[in-house]
Write a protein that binds this ligand. Structure first.
Ligand SMILES: NC(=O)c1ccc[n+]([C@@H]2O[C@H](COP(=O)([O-])OP(=O)(O)OC[C@H]3O[C@@H](n4cnc5c(N)ncnc54)[C@H](OP(=O)(O)O)[C@@H]3O)[C@@H](O)[C@H]2O)c1
Length: 255
């Protein structure tokens, strides 16, 4: 049996359990889109989306079997209007150590590799695999189709403490370019590269002050800025293969 559909079509959002993903999911649902979202931890936000009619699937995209379950949940939907790749993990690099023996070195290499692989898996491998698996559904959309990757300002400038994270978001930006070339004109493929959007609950006052001072606009704009950029891309008939900066002019805050 095919699922019923809203006039505006189906939007898939990864990692919609909290913060930016949840805000965008709730707003798009209110605007009349049908939603299919992923979450790892069940949250009050997911329960509310579900209550309002969203299809919510528990999935850990580091596990291929779990990803397959997520993809299978889309089987009965004939078309996808957009996929928003929001799921992310902001993992710091491990403290630098200089091993004096090969056993310690081996353990250290394994720990560093685990961080690097985890970042690549969630930010580059998962979008790559999902886009490939769901491509026929995007191509079946009669109202245009979009792939939107959430990347990060640091993908273009690097990061001293989150090198593996920054590299994985840079990989995702490169995938944006390749997919845009491959899929035009049927599917537009873009990335949104935010700098600071919102703080984490436990960020202290000193950290907040330092983070705000990094941009010209000197604010944490909140998740609605991301939503507005997503809507701008969804409504465009022309923008593809672009990395849209959402950074408060941080690139011009030069010493
Ligand atoms: N917030 C900012 O200021 C900021 C700045 C620059 C870029 N961004 C980008 O904007 C996007 C949203 O940011 P955010 O701060 O709202 O992110 P967030 O709070 O870290 O939420 C990301 C979501 O991804 C899910 N996730 C993590 N690993 C996963 C996995 N292996 N499989 C499936 N789901 C997984 C998490 O689920 P669980 O919670 O259940 O683990 C979480 O709900 C991210 O792509 C981020 O990189 C945000």
């Amino acid at each position: 049996m095919q699922k019923s559909h809203s006039a505006k079509g189906l939007i898939v959002i990864t990692g919609a359990g909290q913060r930016v993903g949840l805000h965008c999911a709730a707003a798009l649902q209110q605007q009349g889109y049908q939603l299919l979202v992923s979450y790892r931890k069940m949250t009050a936000g997911i329960a509310a989306l579900q209550q309002a009619g969203a299809h919510c699937i528990a999935a850990d995209f580091n596990q291929l079997e779990s990803m397959a379950t997520f993809i299978a949940a889309l089987q009965n939907y004939p078309a996808i209007r957009a996929i928003i790749h929001n799921a992310s993990s902001w993992q710091a690099d491990l403290p630098r150590q200089y091993a004096s023996d090969s056993q310690t070195m081996s353990a250290q290499l394994q720990q560093d590799a685990a961080v690097f692989d985890a970042m690549q898996h969630i930010h580059a491998r998962a979008p790559y695999l999902l886009n490939r698996a769901l491509l026929p559904k995007l191509l079946a959309s009669t109202d245009g189709a979009d792939i939107i990757h959430l990347t990060d300002f640091v993908a273009s400038v690097g990061s001293s403490k989150h090198q593996a994270y920054a590299a994985s978001k840079a990989a995702l930006e490169n995938l944006t370019l390749s997919l845009a070339r491959q899929l035009a004109p049927k599917v537009k493929v873009n990335a949104i590269a935010p700098a600071l959007v919102m703080f984490n609950e436990n960020d202290d006052a000193v950290y907040r002050q330092q983070a705000l001072a990094k941009s010209l606009m000197a604010v944490a704009p909140g998740p609605d800025e991301v939503l507005q950029t997503i809507l701008y891309l969804l409504h465009s008939n022309y923008i593809t293969g672009r990395i849209l900066p959402l950074d408060g002019g941080r690139h011009l805050k030069l010493p």
